[in-house]
Design a binder for this molecule. Structure first.
Ligand code: FE2
Ligand code: FE2
Length: 155
């Protein structure tokens, strides 16, 4: 993989992770007092680690990390305009799952295409970030299933 291609992909992840920190912190404030609020806050901390470990890899390649803008709207498409107006936990979880799944698919793609030119450390960081995103998706999905079951259980 060309270095410029790798750098543009890493800056894409860097920006996505920064966007997710803001998103999860906003959600944490939105649901303050609930268990979800704590989970969103903790998830934002993990995304902060990701932003920092990606930034460190970009610097190792000799560039400064660059925030590219809003990565969430293109992922969410027509749902994007309503992100800020989403109030329910279920819709929030569904939105988060969509974003995490995009991160999972793009981390997986980069891990599978990066080859061995850039060493084992970068690959391991990408793999660890991928596992974290997978864990976030699993928790969000499990919590969402709780709501679905609750709705189904109602008379
Ligand atoms: Fe992340
Ligand atoms: Fe995540």
């Amino acid at each position: 993989m060309e270095k410029t291609d790798l750098l543009s992909r890493l800056n894409w992840f860097y920006t996505l992770e920064l966007n997710q920190i803001d998103l999860y912190m906003a959600q944490s404030r939105n649901f303050i007092g609930s268990y979800e609020s704590i989970v969103f806050e903790r998830t934002a901390c993990i995304e902060q680690e990701h932003a920092e470990n990606i930034a460190a890899q970009i610097r190792k390649l000799g560039e400064a990390p660059t925030k590219l803008g809003d990565m969430l709207s293109p992922i969410l498409g027509r749902v994007a305009g309503s992100i800020l107006s989403i109030s329910g936990v279920e819709n929030t979880l569904k939105t988060d799952i969509l974003i995490e799944q995009k991160a999972i698919s793009d981390y997986t793609d980069l891990i599978n295409t990066i080859g061995d030119d850039y060493g084992a450390e970068l690959k391991k960081i990408l793999q660890h970030n991928l596992v974290d995103e997978d864990t976030h998706t699993a928790w969000f999905s499990m919590r969402l299933a709780d709501y679905d079951n609750f709705v189904l259980a109602e008379p």
